[in-house]
Design a protein around this ligand. Structure first.
Ligand code: IDP
Ligand code: MG
Length: 149
């Protein structure tokens, strides 16, 4: 089953949106296999966002995601990577459709409240940056027989 890395960014934590975001992940039928709240280490954040290291917004992005507690998760399901990207909505909340997390709760790109890996390679890389294998829990959920044919 496909796994993806999801972060509830510090602005969402400050705005009391942890539950709202987790609710959307759970009710879709995705399975949370690891979860942690912490203030992300600067070097971890820089590694996580290394593809953007040359961008003009890189320093402010690192400041933003390390500015307070965030919630990190490993989320699993069939097509979890693309499903999580659609649940989050477009990077720029101006283009994010209503019904998506960014479409419903955010107004600008620099405070867009959630992250999800954008490909299989990115998901593998990001999960390994943020979680040890031993922190990812293997378990069965009772709804699985009704989510998948
Ligand atoms: P994604 O989060 O939808 O994958 P990316 O393009 O990978 O979007 O950018 C990573 C994060 O960097 C965004 O979610 C956003 O927080 C921030 N970011 C991207 N572009 C800008 C920008 O133009 N100004 C400020 N922040 C940006
Ligand atoms: Mg990205």
């Amino acid at each position: 089953m496909e796994q993806t890395y999801v972060m509830i960014k510090p602005d969402a934590v400050q705005r009391g949106l942890i539950g709202e975001i987790i609710l959307r992940i759970e009710r879709k039928g995705l399975k949370i296999k690891a979860m942690r709240m912490n203030v992300m280490d600067k070097t971890i954040a820089m590694e996580h966002y290394s593809e953007h290291s040359e961008k003009p917004f890189f320093n402010s992005l690192i400041e933003y995601v390390t500015s307070g507690p965030s919630v990190s998760m490993v989320v699993e399901g069939k097509n979890a990577i693309s499903i999580m990207r659609s649940i989050n909505g477009a990077t720029n909340p101006v283009n994010a459709l209503p019904g998506t997390i960014r479409g419903d709760f955010a107004v600008e790109t620099g405070r867009n409240i959630v992250h999800a890996s954008d490909s299989l390679e990115a998901a593998k890389r990001e999960i390994s940056i943020h979680f040890k294998n031993s922190e990812i829990i293997e378990y069965k959920k009772v709804d699985e027989a009704w989510l998948y044919e």
